[in-house]
Design a protein around this ligand. Structure first.
Ligand code: P5A
Length: 436
């Protein structure tokens, strides 16, 4: 992308109303703009990051056999009356009336809708298990939307739903999903820790929150250093073998980890002093096993092996896709700007042309741009070098290639690694080799 022809409205000043680093940086780097309280437009660079995160989430869901689909944002109140949540959800639900005075709502989650859809097509235990997911916008009328996209009113969620014949099956689905979550967050360069959670308005009897560590996180967390050592790569755990899944689940749940609400000082005392870790965290995912909480009131049954009707056992599994953009920035930035982990960076490298119009500079830059199209943000603007350096650090792409007239005359460029600040003077060919 050529910066001279793009809409990347960076800001020099720090926006006054943004309280945390990720919010400030997302506004300053031109990733998002607020259009109404807690509602954001994703500008081109921010949108690319959102899509990259979404794609990693999708690949890890597909890897455990979850099936992607898409449910609408607007739902009818009907099903929510049947589950009893229409009243229960309270003011957080955005209620809408259509021209015929029918009650609709902008979905805060989709348990009712997915249960209704499967009820219409799944009749026998042989059709189970099923895991379905979609990546769709949600609306929750939060009392105090804040921290930018981290607590928005409209936000993008990956929500998956599992249906099993019995408790044993549901537990397998739950464990598969937990393993998929660990891999998902790791691929984004994040260390996530599953913590036993309250299940809140989703309900249920088994629930974990996934917390990533960041200094500015909303909740205080306590955990055993053992989490830093667990290897949950496909090499270590196979998601198809029940033994592997059980072993993985044991590893993830026998070590102590808790948010401040659930913190148990007596259990904490039993973690050896050298292994105790404290920090602050951001909730990026939340999974629930709630048995027949929705299949029962919505009248969803399948015929079991003995011919009797059974309500499928369900779980639901959420990842805050748009929140993750903020969370990744909270976990990786410095005073100059964002430091993207490679897998979610909007582009792999920035090419800074310090003297557009200079024949050698232009041709070296064009060369990089042509060879790596799609992965290059090319700063070809007619701006001072200082502005380009500042914007490149602010935008935080993993690599910068700086092309100035002096080096260009002899075919050399400067390669900078954003994360470390390390710079190297190299021939254009060597620089190209290093970034690819
Ligand atoms: C699980 C999937 C659910 O809604 N139903 C379907 C279950 N869980 S949850 O914990 O309430 O939300 C899942 C994840 O969504 C993110 N999230 C938000 N992100 C941005 N702004 C918000 N206001 C917001 N609320 C929830 C979180 O990452 C949460 O873990």
């Amino acid at each position: 992308m050529r910066l001279s022809q793009s809409f990347v409205p960076t800001l020099k000043e720090t926006p006054a109303d943004a309280q945390i680093a990720s919010h400030r940086l997302m506004l300053r780097a031109g990733l998002v703009r607020q259009t109404a309280s807690g509602i954001y437009a994703w500008l081109p660079v921010g949108f690319r990051v959102l899509k990259k995160i979404e794609q990693i989430v999708r690949e890890e869901q597909d890897a455990i056999g979850a099936q992607e689909m898409l449910m609408p944002t607007v739902q009818s109140a009907e099903l929510w009356r049947q589950s009893g949540r229409y009243e229960e959800y309270g003011k957080e639900m955005l209620r809408i009336r259509d021209r015929h005075e029918r009650e609709l709502l902008y979905g805060p989650t989709n348990e009712e809708m997915i249960t209704d859809l499967l009820r219409q097509g799944v009749k026998s235990y042989r059709d189970l298990p099923q895991i379905l997911y979609h990546i769709q916008w949600k609306f929750r009328d939060e009392v105090r939307p804040r921290f930018g996209v981290m607590r928005g009113r409209e936000f993008l969620m990956k929500d998956a739903y599992s249906f099993d014949l019995d408790r044993a099956g549901a537990v397998v689905s739950y464990r598969k999903m937990m393993l998929a979550y660990m891999r998902t967050f790791e691929r984004m360069g994040l260390k996530a820790i599953p913590m036993v959670a309250e299940s809140g308005p989703i309900g249920g009897d088994l629930s974990h929150e996934f917390i990533i560590l960041a200094r500015t996180g909303e909740s205080q967390v306590f955990y055993d250093a053992a989490f830093e050592e667990i290897d949950y790569s496909p090499r270590a755990f196979d998601h198809r073998s029940n033994d592997d899944l059980a072993r993985f689940f044991r590893e993830m749940t026998t070590h102590y980890a808790a948010t401040e609400e659930k913190h148990d000082p007596a259990a904490w005392d039993r973690v050896s002093a050298g292994r105790r870790r404290e920090g602050r965290g951001i909730e990026v995912g939340h999974i629930f096993y709630f048995r027949t909480k929705y299949s029962k009131p919505l009248g969803f049954t399948v015929s079991g092996p003995d011919g009797r009707a059974v309500h499928p056992e369900m779980g639901s599994y959420g990842i805050g896709v748009s929140r993750l953009v903020g969370a990744v920035i909270e976990a990786g930035h410095d005073e100059r700007g964002i430091i993207w982990p490679e897998p979610v960076a909007p582009y792999r490298l920035a090419v800074l042309n310090l003297k557009p119009g200079d024949g050698r500079c232009d041709s070296l830059c064009e060369d990089f741009y042509q060879k790596l199209t799609g992965e290059v943000l090319y700063d070809d603007r007619d701006e001072r070098p200082g502005v380009k350096f500042a914007d490149a650090d602010l935008l935080g792409l993993p690599w910068q290639i700086v092309v100035g007239p002096r080096g260009a005359a002899s075919g050399s460029v400067e390669l900078k690694r954003r994360a470390t600040g390390e710079r190297l003077e190299l021939s254009a060919e060597d620089a190209f080799r290093r970034v690819t």
